[in-house]
Write a protein that binds this ligand. Structure first.
Ligand SMILES: Cc1cc2nc3c(=O)[nH]c(=O)nc-3n(C[C@H](O)[C@H](O)[C@H](O)COP(=O)(O)OP(=O)(O)OC[C@H]3O[C@@H](n4cnc5c(N)ncnc54)[C@H](O)[C@@H]3O)c2cc1C
Length: 410
């Protein structure tokens, strides 16, 4: 029986580990937090997911929340104008509903599933020595440690990483009591030029249903305002103030919001980065990176969990296809590069471009979508598979070839 070691029992590590167990591989996951620590810990993400990534989870029997988590039936877009009100506003249905299951719910449940399938779980932070030991015992070691320090074992790929500093000041606020969207539930995304973006989605968390408020402030701008927030109540208050000031149409939904619980807040920032897929240990042994370890996007485009699922699906297929042949450097590089070429490259590029002010084609498209449901629908559909945004979202000729003449936005 071939054996695989995985460092990090988060989204990608668990999905891959469970898939491998289901196919008869011996799998050890070393992760730094026990399921109860995750369950009772701080929120980590907004983890909004779409069709393809959810399908990969379903194909492994892991969609335990399909009937519980509120469905995301649409994506709505609003652009703030000079008068502080909405200058653009449209909504389009998604072809297949998305959802958000709090990682504090998903990760512990998947960990139990992994163990019940006979996987070996070791709870401790893995350092270099641990990873060396794993490589001696397993045919392949995959590092799925997300934003953990150990990811630095993988060299930054400067040619694929256009930014060397954080592009947004991030904050999350999990709340109950928000007025739901009508007539169905969905993700509302709002942008205010010079300030940043705010999006909100329904989700299921440890306390039941909630809404997740996601703040993406331009660094140094008025929404980069979390440094003096010292406690959860102040975090909630700051969240409300931001809405009053910059997104008043969203504030109207928030008259009665309260935090789901004291761990329902998060603030931080990190630069998006792509890393080389193969890490070399002091002994010369090689390990392969997956998901956030090798392709960390800003959450603005909500791709990280989707990407973790798609990565895990891809690596699972490649491992199984490899049969009994060695997992050598060529195989590792090809495994990552085939993912990169198929979807990683354009997903990262799309995500990185959206961190900059929109160019004329995107502005024209976002405005036109208000009056043209075909454009709105196409825009929303592409979220599931970001390479489909190319080239039209960034190329006026291609956009007009697809949708007909577009007016330049004023
Ligand atoms: C504010 C915010 C909002 C987001 N919103 C969305 C969204 O709406 N949609 C979306 O698709 N994505 C979103 N993401 C991104 C998404 O959460 C991540 O991309 C995804 O969780 C990555 O999965 P992963 O398996 O690579 O890492 P993780 O899920 O982070 O798992 C890594 C695991 O490794 C463990 N670990 C770390 N170091 C070690 C070590 N040395 N030894 C052992 N274990 C270790 C960690 O504790 C963790 O359990 C968001 C992220 C943030 C920060």
């Amino acid at each position: 029986m071939r054996s695989i070691g995985i460092v990090g029992g988060g989204h990608a590590g668990l999905q891959l580990g469970i898939g491998l167990r289901q196919r008869g591989y011996a799998v050890t996951i070393v992760t730094d937090r026990a399921p109860d620590d995750v369950r009772n810990g701080r929120i980590m993400s907004s983890q909004g997911m779409q069709r393809t990534a959810l399908q990969h989870e379903r194909s492994l029997g892991l969609a335990f929340w399909d009937d519980i988590a509120p469905k995301h039936d649409f994506i709505e877009f609003s652009l703030g104008g000079d008068d502080g009100q909405r200058a653009v506003h449209w909504r389009a249905p998604v072809p297949s509903p998305g959802n958000s299951v709090c990682q504090r719910v998903k990760v512990p449940r998947w960990t139990e599933e992994f163990v019940s399938l006979g996987g070996t779980l070791e709870v401790r932070p893995a350092g270099i020595e641990d990873i060396e030991a794993l490589t001696r015992k397993h045919d392949l070691v995959i590092v799925a440690a997300g934003k953990g320090e150990i990811a630095k074992l993988f060299e930054r790929d400067a040619a694929r990483s256009p930014y060397d500093k954080p592009m947004r000041a991030l904050a999350l606020t999990y709340v109950a009591g928000m007025e739901p969207t009508h007539p169905s539930r969905g993700v509302t995304f709002n942008a205010m030029p010079g300030v940043g973006e705010y999006f909100v989605m329904p989700a299921v968390t440890t306390t039941g249903e909630c809404e997740i408020m996601v703040f993406e402030g331009l660094p140094g701008g008025p929404m980069d305002c979390w440094a003096d927030v010292k406690n959860p109540a102040a975090h909630l208050q700051r969240s409300k103030e931001i809405l009053q000031k910059f997104f008043p149409w969203e504030a109207a939904r928030c008259q009665r919001i309260e935090l789901t619980e004291s761990n329902g807040t998060l603030a931080g920032r990190f630069p998006p980065v792509v890393r080389k897929p193969v890490g070399v240990l002091p002994s010369g042994s090689l390990v392969l990176g997956i998901a956030d370890v090798v392709m960390l996007n800003d959450p603005l485009t909500g791709q990280g969990s989707n990407n973790a699922s798609k990565f895990a699906h891809h690596y699972l297929e490649r491992i199984v296809l490899r049969g009994a042949a060695p997992f050598d450097r060529d195989w590792m590089e090809n495994t990552f590069e085939s993912y990169w070429n198929e979807r990683g490259k354009l997903t990262a590029e799309w995500s990185n471009r959206l961190l900059l002010p929109p160019g004329p084609p995107m502005q024209a498209i976002l405005h036109a979508a208000e009056h043209n449901p075909v454009i709105a629908r196409h825009f929303v559909e592409c979220f599931d598979d970001p390479p489909r945004f190319f080239p039209w979202l960034f190329d006026m000729g291609a956009a007009e070839g697809l949708f007909g003449p577009l007016q330049q936005a004023a």
